[in-house]
Design a protein around this ligand. Structure first.
Ligand SMILES: *[C@@H]1O[C@H](CO)[C@@H](O)[C@H](O)[C@H]1NC(C)=O
Length: 399
């Protein structure tokens, strides 16, 4: 039987690609290594990949907001497994577009589930996020028994919609397929912050801040710990999850969520130190309180909400980002290890440093451009405003 694996992903504004070409190739190779001879991979996406697609991977252009597009991709084939990695609105200015976030993350997921049932697709792996559980509370070595963060406590729309979608996916586990007497089996992988070569969302933004001289301070407790996941580890987890939904593994993953990370809790800023120093910049020595930065993020978000319609600038930081970077939260990999056989491989940022250097980034020693001074000044002004707004009125009045 010719079976096909279908990857569904969405790229809007070129800001999101979790699976660069090399990873897809690796995915496919691993798929074959898993003794699925004749496995075919279809990449379903809203815009064509930036790089040439490796041989054996088919690209189908489409939008998950349209059920007919998805059904077209499923036409006349036996799709063995769908990897639903599409999402929108995680960071930056995308966050303003609440309608699009809702349409892609929630309605898009509904469409995928419906297409799977109609077309008799037996397995679905959903890419979720730590954020469905975490909303600023300290979590040490949490596991999958933790409850979802109540929806009204999510400070951002992205996390809220990812949570709604994850529940829909897991609830769809066990529902009947229309074309056979089988059932749909689903699982969700709750990913930590993703990094790796070709990752187009977080690292380029961080590098641009470093280059603009905006990375002048760190914040929060130096002992606070968060987690990241290298894209290769995340891909490995997806493959293992798809296998663990099969009969020969006793369908062990069906209906289950799993936390996935590198398994190496680390201070957020220490994690980025090799990137900063590797590109020739100085690691900041100033440390600011978390509550101040949180307030600053709140002001930025408010400004963005009001002014974003006129000028859609990239907000410097959001409240969710402040939590994600400054409040301890890490999760146990026990369940993923035991049930999926997941083993995180060690990676660091060296590869990313090389990538950025090869793409014309990095500072030549001794350079000091005037742009930095302007940014410094602007940053100081913004911080002063934040401090004034943050202090209780009585303090300001008595000054
Ligand atoms: C998922 O569905 C399968 C098949 O109906 C069922 O055996 C399994 O218990 C379900 N998983 C959960 C967590 O409900």
């Amino acid at each position: 039987m010719q079976c096909r694996l279908l990857l569904v992903c969405i790229v809007l504004n070129q800001e999101w690609t979790v699976l660069p070409t090399a990873q897809i190739l690796k995915w496919r190779t691993t798929g074959c290594a898993l003794n699925q001879k004749g496995v075919r991979v279809i990449l379903f996406d809203i815009s064509s990949p930036a790089h040439a697609i490796p041989e054996g991977i088919e690209f189908i252009h489409g939008d998950i907001r349209h059920l007919s597009d998805i059904e077209k991709a499923f036409q006349d084939v036996d799709v063995a497994c769908v990897f639903h990695i599409a999402s929108y609105g995680m960071s930056g200015r995308e966050q303003l577009n609440r309608n699009l976030i809702e349409e892609v993350n929630v309605a898009g997921t509904d469409n995928i589930l419906q297409a799977c049932r109609r077309r008799g697709v037996p397995r679905l792996v959903y890419t979720s996020t730590f954020n469905v559980i975490f909303g600023g509370q300290v979590i040490r070595n949490g596991d999958e028994s933790l409850p979802y963060l109540p929806l009204h406590l999510h400070p951002d729309h992205y996390s809220r919609t990812k949570s709604v979608a994850e529940k829909k996916v897991l609830e769809a586990n066990g529902t009947a397929l229309e074309r056979s007497d089988g059932v749909l089996r689903t699982c969700a992988l709750r990913s930590a912050g993703i990094y790796g070569p070709g990752e187009q969302r977080h690292l380029p933004r961080i590098v641009s801040y470093i280059e603009k001289g905006l990375f002048k301070f760190v914040y929060g407790d130096p002992k606070s710990l968060v987690e990241f996941v290298h894209v290769d580890n995340l891909v490995q987890a997806h493959i293992l999850a798809s296998v663990a939904l099969k009969a020969d593994k006793g369908h062990i993953a069906s209906g289950q969520p799993y936390f996935i990370s590198d398994g190496r809790p680390v201070n957020n800023f220490e994690f980025f130190r090799p990137l900063v120093e590797g590109l020739g910049y100085k690691f900041p020595s100033i440390r600011l309180p978390l509550t101040l930065i949180y307030y600053f993020a709140f002001l930025t978000e408010t400004a963005h909400f009001i002014l974003g319609q006129l000028y859609n600038f990239q907000p410097f930081l959001t409240r969710t980002e402040v939590y994600k970077t400054g409040v301890t939260h890490y999760f146990s990999l026990e369940k993923a290890k035991k049930e999926l056989g997941y083993e995180a491989q060690p990676f660091d940022l060296q590869e990313a440093v090389e990538w950025f250097k090869a793409h014309g980034h990095g500072r030549s020693p001794g350079r000091r451009d005037s742009e930095c001074l302007v940014w410094d000044g602007l940053l100081v002004v913004l911080l002063v405003i934040a401090v004034l707004a943050w202090l209780p009125p009585s303090v300001i009045l008595s000054v």
